[in-house]
Design a binder for this molecule. Structure first.
Ligand SMILES: [Mg+2]
Length: 235
């Protein structure tokens, strides 16, 4: 039995990928309407900037910044926008995301069982701490989560070891006593294994988003539905 369960958040507990593009468009619509821009012209620029920001800030949480995406897009299209539009667009983006994101089936039941068995539960996720906690709260998971660790706290994102070692030390467990679950072979599975934490890949039949494939990375466990997880963690 493991003493701690470390969990990736996006596309592991919640179906994030499905909502990102819709949120990006929703906030773009707000900015376009406010600044008399054509959404058909503006949104492709926003999408391009979103890709650029992710590429230009690898391994640090800046790559998740939506405020920079909108600033760069508005600048490129030459809009005379108010600075207050920028945080407003970012707020609209994340409010849309939090209202529309959903959990994978069985997450709550699995976490309840694991938590009741005395296993510590923690989210280990790239991005800012505020955003992580907001997402977890939005889907009603906060009662089953003991801790949240964000890459903002350790500068570098997964697979760098700092966020994993921070989680182990705060939860007061050894590497061999923890299990990491995630949807990304490189960031979640290899990242955990590099510090001696066993790792399980989540590969659901519906709405799956497994990424970061690497032939050299082999997960210690694989599960495709959350009803399989308590047995892996508790037994
Ligand atoms: Mg993920």
């Amino acid at each position: 039995m493991f003493r701690a369960l470390l969990m990736d958040l996006d596309d592991t507990l919640i179906k994030s990928s499905q909502v990102y593009d819709r949120a990006l468009e929703f906030a773009s619509y707000y900015l376009a309407a406010k600044n008399n821009l054509s959404l058909n012209e503006f949104f492709p620029i926003v999408k391009k900037k979103d890709t650029l920001i992710r590429k230009n800030f690898p391994t640090v949480h800046t790559r998740h910044s939506r405020i920079l995406v909108y600033r760069h897009a508005l600048d490129e299209i030459g809009a005379q926008y108010s600075l207050s539009d920028l945080p407003a667009a970012e707020d609209i983006y994340w409010e849309f995301f939090d209202e529309n994101v959903s959990l994978y089936p069985g997450v709550v039941d699995a976490l309840k069982k694991i938590h009741e068995a005395g296993v510590k539960t923690a989210v280990v996720s790239d991005g800012d701490l505020r955003g992580r906690i907001r997402k977890i709260e939005a889907v009603g998971l906060l009662p089953y989560i003991d801790q949240v660790f964000a890459s903002e706290e350790t500068i570098f994102e997964k697979p760098f070891s700092a966020i994993f070692t921070l989680a182990l030390s705060k939860l007061n467990v050894k590497n061999t006593e923890a299990l990491m679950i995630g949807n990304n072979y490189k960031n979640d599975i290899q990242g955990a294994q590099l510090v001696g934490i066993k790792a399980a890949i989540f590969n659901p039949e519906v709405d799956g988003h497994v990424e970061g494939h690497d032939p050299e990375v082999v997960a210690d466990y694989e599960f495709n539905h959350y009803d399989q997880l308590p047995a892996i963690v508790v037994e």
